[in-house]
Design a protein around this ligand. Structure first.
Ligand code: GRF
Length: 223
């Protein structure tokens, strides 16, 4: 391979792992700038962990319940990342709050995806929150991880309409499809140094299509 060596990325999961799969699949392209060098799950029975093993990826199952404190659990995660010479960390449905020490250590090198247009609808059940709020569009956000949950500087977002009669599951499914598109794209920007955490904001060197818009409901006059 020519050019710079691919960055080594670890993905942290707790469940199904469909975003992890999207990252793995993207990384199979020869020109993708990152490889998924480690998948860590805090749930021993996570479906995503089984899939990663089937793909012969390097995996680690680190059960948070086996540790007396958040600090000791985070220390075990950090040790696994260091041992695998990981450059960047991508959380993908990882359901643990991390200690400030861990977050600080990986600042600018750890990202997360959340199924809402942040800063709206942080925390649990963001799709339900969106439906309850009556918004006409929702989506997903990829952001750098900072100590406050779902509050880090935003790298990329994708927008989907909220459709009449949507249930939480239907909206989640529509959002998930856009998650699988924006997460690999955002990770590539980060590992290439095109999206950087600078002074608490994201400095971005990437083209933005200024003419592309989503209006919902659409089809009628938009003046
Ligand atoms: C995704 O909606 C992600 O945005 C959120 O948790 C869900 C995880 O899904 N943080 P999966 O495990 O990646 O399929």
């Amino acid at each position: 391979m020519t050019g710079s060596p691919r960055k080594r990325v670890a993905v942290l999961i707790s469940g199904r792992g469909s975003n992890m799969m999207a990252l793995v699949n993207a990384s199979r392209a020869a020109d993708y700038p990152a490889e998924i060098a480690l998948v860590i799950s805090n749930k021993l029975d996570a479906a995503g962990l089984a899939w990663a093993r089937e793909q012969n990826l390097q995996t680690a199952a680190i059960d948070h319940k086996a540790f007396p404190s958040r600090e000791s659990f985070d220390a075990a995660i950090d040790a696994a990342l260091v041992a695998a010479q990981i450059d960047y960390v991508a959380q993908a449905g990882f359901m643990r709050i991390q200690t400030a020490g861990f977050v600080e250590k990986w600042a600018g090198r750890q990202i997360n995806i959340h199924p809402s247009l942040l800063p709206l609808f942080k925390g649990l059940h963001p799709q339900r929150q969106a439906l309850e709020a009556g918004v006409r569009v929702s989506g997903a956000s990829v952001h750098f991880v900072t100590p406050e949950l779902d509050s880090g500087p935003i790298i990329a977002q994708g927008v989907v309409p909220v459709v009449a009669g949507d249930t939480e599951d239907r909206l989640a499914e529509r959002i998930l499809a856009i998650e699988h598109r924006i997460y690999p794209a955002a990770l590539a920007l980060v590992v290439e140094g095109k999206a950087k955490l600078v002074g608490g904001r994201v400095s971005l060197e990437a083209p933005v299509n200024q003419r592309q818009t989503l209006v919902s409901p659409g089809g009628e006059r938009v003046c």
